[in-house]
Design a protein around this ligand. Structure first.
Ligand code: HEM
Ligand code: HEM
Length: 124
């Protein structure tokens, strides 16, 4: 595995290690206030990013475009904003960061939609 697929996977694995450690911390302390932030770190940061990585591995041509690098940057930044954003929402500290992260996260999926459409029929 290399290129875009590798970067999506390595980033997803780092996110889930942090997410799992956070889950264990919540379980130990019994404080589940930030469960939604933990959930989205794992579900967007790990599951969604790893699925992107699977696609780029299955369709190497998709990972060679400049758009794939932009996709990686937007998706990663989305997670990095939405997760602390949800923490802030749960602490009543404002919704701005969560909104910015949400927009980037859906934008990354729209970019991915275009990548999937434009690489139709291409395989390894
Ligand atoms: C070491 C691994 C993990 C631990 C110890 C852990 C622990 C927890 C804890 C304590 C909660 C709060 C439960 C509650 O308040 O009802 C939670 C919620 C949640 N976790 Fe994890 N978690 C882990 C990994 C994961 C992974 C890998 C995912 C997804 C791929 C995930 C998805 C979720 C979701 C979606 C919720 C929210 C459930 C809800 O709101 O009903 N967790 N987790
Ligand atoms: C732009 C991206 C997303 C936004 C803005 C978003 C927003 C939300 C919101 C507002 C809730 C309700 C939280 C609460 O009641 O405390 C929620 C819950 C949930 N979302 Fe998302 N979501 C996004 C992406 C995803 C994705 C990609 C997945 C799965 C792959 C997912 C899985 C879940 C699950 C399982 C819950 C229920 C668990 C919980 O309450 O924490 N979400 N989401």
């Amino acid at each position: 595995m290399q290129g875009t697929a590798f970067w999506f996977f390595i980033t997803a694995v780092v996110f889930v290690i942090i997410g799992m450690a956070w889950g264990i911390f919540m379980a130990i302390t019994g404080d589940h206030l930030h469960a939604p932030a933990h959930a989205h770190l794992n579900l967007i940061g790990w599951v969604t990013m790893a699925l992107f990585g699977v696609y780029y591995h299955l369709v190497p041509a998709a990972g060679e475009s400049r758009l794939a690098t932009i996709h990686y940057a937007v998706a990663t930044l989305g997670v990095l904003l939405i997760v602390p954003g949800i923490v802030m929402v749960n602490e009543g500290a404002g919704e701005g960061l969560a909104k910015a992260g949400s927009v980037l996260t859906i934008l990354s999926m729209l970019v991915f939609l275009w990548i999937v459409i434009s690489t139709r029929g291409k395989t390894a």
